[in-house]
Design a protein around this ligand. Structure first.
Ligand code: IMP
Ligand code: MG
Length: 182
């Protein structure tokens, strides 16, 4: 395989396109059911960039009125993982006060990013905040995060594709793959 191949460096498919599609439908149905009787507006938030493909597919399966909004955060390490800071690079357009907020993430690893994002959103006094992640890597969890919806629990391996990147590439690969040796 040459470096020009979009699958270069991927050693195996962990979750196929078909499996993703099936699980996204299930999650969408579950979310639809959970929110269908709630009075307040629903705002579904995409954490860019990793969640983009999952978010787009999932939103089509949430068969309720909703607003779509986007946020970019970045983490800065200072050597101590636990004091890692999370900065908002692109904030939401919507005011979430009094609304039901559903945050969509690609993967929860240490949990530090999400913990801080949820705290920041909580200060804006939404009616509720729930979290949906495509992938959950429990093995690396450093802080507890309350996750309401999980696509797949995975082992401690570095994964790529379906939005997830390595040095900003591989996001367009349509399945979840495991990174091999380069
Ligand atoms: P954490 O939960 O704060 O440790 O960080 C989660 C973020 O790390 C995710 O949003 C991803 O951007 C990135 N990340 C963690 N594990 C992986 C992986 O296996 N592949 C690609 N990105 C990952
Ligand atoms: Mg991410």
């Amino acid at each position: 395989m040459s470096k020009k191949d979009w699958e270069y460096g991927i050693k195996k498919i962990l979750i196929s396109e078909e499996e993703i599609k099936k699980r996204v439908k299930e999650l969408g149905a579950q979310i639809t059911n959970d929110y269908k009787d709630k009075e307040e507006d629903l705002i579904v938030i995409c954490l860019l960039k990793g969640s983009i493909l999952f978010y787009a597919d999932l939103c089509k399966e949430i068969k309720l009125p909703m607003k779509m909004d986007f946020m970019t955060v970045s983490s800065y390490g200072n050597g101590f993982e636990t004091s890692r800071e999370v900065k908002i690079v692109k904030d939401l357009d919507e005011n979430i006060m009094g609304k039901n907020v559903l945050v969509i993430e690609d993967i929860i690893d240490s949990g530090l990013t999400l913990k801080r994002v949820l705290k920041m959103l909580g200060h804006r006094e939404p009616k509720s905040v729930s979290l949906c992640t495509l992938l959950n890597k429990e093995a690396n969890r450093e802080v507890e995060v309350d996750v309401q919806y999980i696509g797949f629990n995975i082992e401690d391996e570095f994964v790529l594709g379906y939005g997830l990147d390595f040095k900003q590439e591989y996001r367009n690969v349509p399945y979840i793959g495991v990174m091999g040796e380069f």
